[in-house]
Unconditional design. Structure first.
Length: 183
């Protein structure tokens, strides 16, 4: 199913944000950047095998993809208010990634790949590739993922907020983004 579209409120300018490029590809769990310019989403090429957080700037059409490892796949991703960091809420072994050690709240540091293609290449319409450098923030091994944590950043970007049942009933938790050695 082609899932991610934009359309103007008057019904004009219908645009498919993510055109499918292979069989068994899935794109979903989309979310907006804080500035409203980019739609980000979970992309798997193919489903359950290769994992990306992909984005499309709805004004310029510029596409970006950040690769991540199987254990770093998350049910939901989110981006910090300044757009410099991402977070994820992990996932259990029974979910699409079949992660062996994926039950974590993650902080992701995006890094675009160094463009060494030279100056004679027209980059118009090309995807900017990169990777996520993952940092584990909270061990969720006792969490039952029937309740999705839905991690998100606080408005000031200093905390990742999520819900969890890891200590019993569902509660809201927050973890500081800053590394212990940076405090």
């Amino acid at each position: 199913m082609d899932r991610i579209w934009t359309i103007r409120s008057d019904g004009t300018d219908l645009k498919l944000i993510h055109p499918r490029t292979m069989a068994m590809e899935i794109a979903g769990h989309e979310f907006w950047s804080a500035d409203g310019k980019t739609i980000w989403y979970d992309l798997q090429t193919p489903r359950g095998e290769d994992f990306w957080v992909a984005g499309c700037n709805v004004t310029t059409g510029q596409r970006t993809r950040y690769h991540l490892q199987r254990d770093e796949w998350s049910v939901h991703f989110n981006v910090s208010p300044d757009g410099k960091l991402f977070c994820g809420d992990g996932g259990s072994a029974g979910m699409v990634a079949h992660a062996e050690n994926g039950k974590w709240i993650y902080l992701f540091h995006p890094a675009l790949a160094l463009d060494t293609a030279g100056t004679n290449i027209d980059r118009t319409g090309l995807i900017r590739p990169g990777v996520f450098k993952a940092e584990r923030l909270v061990n969720m091994s006792r969490h039952d993922y029937a309740l999705e944590p839905n991690a998100m950043f606080s408005p000031d970007g200093k905390w990742v907020i999520f819900r969890s049942n890891l200590i019993g009933k569902s509660q809201v938790h927050a973890v500081e983004v800053k590394k212990a050695d940076e405090k």
